[in-house]
Design a protein. Structure first.
Length: 188
């Protein structure tokens, strides 16, 4: 399986490289970005390196991960966010959870929705996930709006890691989703 690159009008969703650590650290330590992620706790440099390593491993072993999100214009190789799927060890196994993070200066432009739609379409049409979930803090109005625009429907509210979250689901609309053996379709 070659490297994954998903192109949209304004974005590239791509696999991580070791060189992305510094740019991802900016995102993962930003208090605004982390406000509803991990109870607002910023990532340490070690956690940033572990995150990128985990994404590389998940991509290699499963065919998907939480991809680096990069702007196409202005052309830049640095990641401006993250979009994709939680891999092995995820809290909601065997469900696959989709998520999105963006730098605050990019909020309000529809980029998270564009990235979420592209990731979901790729994973339903190419990988063949039967169902996806996303989990959003009830006060995170921006992510709740993205989830709704991507097509997710809320189905319950639970406590997770000391936080209340709303779980949403989206079923694959294809009558015959692909079953390519190169991809693993759950988080178990």
């Amino acid at each position: 399986m070659g490297p994954v690159v998903i192109r949209t009008e304004r974005l590239l969703l791509r696999e991580w490289t070791a060189e992305d650590a510094g740019d991802f650290a900016v995102l993962a330590t930003d208090p605004e970005v982390m406000r509803y992620i991990r109870d607002g706790v910023a990532s340490t440099p070690e956690e940033v390196a572990e995150f990128i390593d985990r994404q590389l491993t998940t991509q290699r072993e499963r065919g998907w991960c939480r991809w680096a999100l990069q702007l196409r214009q202005p052309s830049s190789s640095e990641p401006s966010g993250v979009v994709g799927f939680c891999g092995p060890g995820c809290t909601f196994a065997p469900d696959v959870e989709v998520g999105w993070w963006l730098r605050p200066e990019l909020w309000g432009r529809g980029l998270a929705t564009e990235a979420g739609l592209a990731a979901v379409e790729y994973c339903f049409a190419t990988i063949g996930f039967p169902r996806l979930i996303c989990c959003v803090h009830p006060e995170n109005a921006r992510s709740l709006a993205v989830a709704r625009k991507v097509g997710f429907v809320p189905y319950d509210e639970i406590e997770h890691g000391g936080l209340r979250i709303i779980r949403h689901e989206l079923l694959n609309p294809l009558p015959e989703p692909p079953k390519d053996p190169r991809f693993v379709r759950d988080c178990a």
